[in-house]
Design a protein around this ligand. Structure first.
Ligand code: UD1
Length: 339
């Protein structure tokens, strides 16, 4: 299969590219090398064409003889401030819309693309007595008082986390999350109108060799690694008991290849996760080999727990993570970072 891979110069795009080539596929890379992701002075890797999705005239000829598109290009991270809103909309919403329209012009009807668990907002919660409960944003007064867990709206008891299935309500809480959900909406509309075939892969917390260093757009694994390199203890917010699912970049690449190789129809979305949740305090411990400083501080946009169900991806894509966080995070302690 010949695949146009957007974002091929990035941390995840690079891993997808290697995996596709290993499986005997042909890859044409496209990347705009945006400074937010690559820093200044990045060089275009071999096999990648420099081009911005928002300007299709420069790159759409690449679609002439491809079988499918694998779309990883995006501005990532939580969004440092509302000042970032236009950039997320521009790169992620507009860029994806241009890509989908160009695919139709060139008769390419299949796309696998990067979405994120951030589309869910908060994870899923249940009360021991009242079962599943929906949650809003945690009140600042609770966070100030060190009450980090959501409380049951009926009895006030702390809620317990449950795994999030793909049909959970979608509730984006940041500009990045809004742009990822918009990407899903555009792809869903395109599937009906083109018609085409689209698979959204909702990545959980990705880590692995080549992860960009600590920036306002980095996830916590890179932040802890960078703290370690500076000889500082990792700073864990809240009480450190918040749960996430850390998934290795090689597994993200595997999920993409499996989705591309599958003959699908219509629109599908899958959680891509390890299925082995860990607390942030544990991540800090494994990654740095030392006791973290648990600060009790909080970030207003943060959600408490997001832990996904890996079952649908296992059943329909045949995807099961190969690298478990206890091994992968240990290896990541000494893995090279980029930037
Ligand atoms: C992260 C990404 C999000 C991505 C998602 C899935 C960022 C900023 N967030 O969301 O874009 O879609 O994974 O891959 O890239 N924390 C600390 N100390 C720190 C920094 C963070 O304790 O120095 C805590 C946070 O309070 C939070 C947890 O670590 O509870 C995870 O933070 P982070 O990795 O930034 O964001 P996610 O919400 O998991």
């Amino acid at each position: 299969m010949k695949v146009l891979l957007t974002g091929s110069a990035g941390f995840i795009g690079g891993a997808v590219s290697r995996r596709l080539l290993e499986r005997g596929h042909e890859v044409v890379g496209l990347d705009a090398l945006i400074p937010e992701a690559h820093g200044a002075g990045a060089v275009v890797p071999e096999g990648t064409v420099l081009g911005d999705l928002r300007e299709p005239r420069a790159w759409e000829h690449l679609l002439d003889d491809v079988d499918a598109v694998c779309h990883q290009a995006a501005m990532v991270g939580a969004g440092a401030s509302v000042a970032d809103l236009p950039s997320y909309a521009d790169h992620n919403d507009h860029g994806t819309a241009q890509l989908l329209a160009a695919m139709s012009r060139h008769g390419v009807s299949r796309i696998v693309f990067a979405s994120s668990m951030v589309v869910y907002g908060e994870g899923r919660y249940a009360c021991e007595e009242h079962g599943l409960r929906s949650t809003g944003v945690r009140p600042v007064a609770d966070l100030e008082a060190g009450r980090f867990d959501h409380a049951c709206d009926l009895c006030g008891r702390p809620l317990q986390w449950r795994t999030v299935p793909e049909d959970a309500p979608l509730d984006p809480r940041s500009s990045y999350a809004a742009s990822k959900l918009a990407t899903e909406h555009y792809a869903r509309a395109w599937v009906r109108q083109a018609p085409g075939d689209a698979t959204a892969l909702r990545y959980h917390n990705v880590y692995g060799p080549g992860m960009p260093r600590d920036t306002p757009y980095s996830g916590v694994a890179a932040i802890f690694r960078s703290a370690m390199e500076r000889g500082e203890a990792p700073r864990v917010f809240e009480d450190g008991a918040q749960q996430r699912d850390f998934v290795h970049v090689d597994d993200i690449a595997l999920a993409n290849v499996l989705a591309l190789e599958q003959q699908g129809e219509g629109y599908r979305a899958y959680n891509v996760c390890s299925g082995r949740p860990v607390t942030i305090a544990e991540v800090a411990r494994v990654l740095t080999g030392r006791e973290p400083t648990v600060t009790g501080e909080y970030r207003l946009g943060d959600v408490r727990h997001v832990v996904a169900s890996p079952e649908l991806a296992a059943r329909e894509l045949g995807f099961r993570a190969q690298v478990m966080p206890e091994d992968g995070l240990e290896d990541f302690r000494t893995a090279p970072l980029r930037g």
